[in-house]
Design a protein around this ligand. Sequence first.
Ligand SMILES: C[S@@+](CC[C@H](N)C(=O)[O-])C[C@H]1O[C@@H](n2cnc3c(N)ncnc32)[C@H](O)[C@@H]1O
Length: 296
Amino acid sequence: MGTPFLHLSSDQWIEGGVVPDRRGDDGPFDWVNSMRPRFFDGFHRTIAAMAAAGNDLIVDHVIEYPSWRSQLAELLNGLDVFVVAVVCDLHELERREQHRGDRRPGEALAHLRENGIHDLGPVDYTIDTTAGITPATVDAVTTAWRHRTAHSAIFDPRPSFYDAGDVFDRYSAHRGGERYRSANAVMEEPAVLAEVGNPTGLRVLDLGCGDAHFGRHLLTAGAASHRGIDNSQRMIEAAKNLLAGTTGRVQLASIEDVDVEPDSVDLITARLSLHYLPDLQPTFAKSAKRSCRAAG
Ligand SMILES: C[S@@+](CC[C@H](N)C(=O)[O-])C[C@H]1O[C@@H](n2cnc3c(N)ncnc32)[C@H](O)[C@@H]1O
């Protein structure tokens, strides 16, 4: 590749003894919920720091969550990045997992099916390694890298599920056309409104606001302001139409990326949207702890 590259991978840190040995699934430290998020936060910052210091890097990493991807996009902004997705068929994946023997059985499949690691957003190049890694595979990747454009796909957002095909139209027909008969209208919406109580004077942040039907309702009921966040273009267009003539505002953004002024809202709603997030922790930490006023 013409220049010496450094190889960086979180496994090197684990193998190098950075993480103390776990004595059992539960201890002596909470790896999954506490240490692991901090560990990878630091790993991502290290990638950016090494690159910013002028090092050329080959980074071997599994980007597991949308929040990891957006953090990397933020940290790597301005750097020359080329993202290669390395894929292989499922039998081969399981064979390799068994062969290396240092992974929880089924971990690789869980990355694919539960984390959806290959659906988190566009990449610059995909290489299929089912048949193994040959000189031709290496040549394909390096040729694609040499022909890269100045803009890496890591900086592009993941297209919303609701913007694919006719999903938005079918969803709207169900939620809108049958609004007065659907289970949402009859059971779920009254329960949510009862939970919200009287919104008079409240500044509302609605995460995954959809067409802002709910936001408009809150404004009509006296909410002081409404700001909706949604990552679907179609939803945002519909929301703008529905909120025309009101003070309600919407923004095309992912819930995980939303950054709101501290103490700027009184009520955060997320109706039927949080189940789309594979990792709730960063969203709660940002939205709930930062933007919402104390006791909000
Ligand atoms: C079932 S709809 C609910 C819409 C609205 N909250 C309601 O109650 O009518 C889920 C909404 O969440 C949005 N959504 C899903 N994942 C999202 C994400 N990561 N960031 C922002 N919006 C998201 C979808 O685009 C969709 O509009």
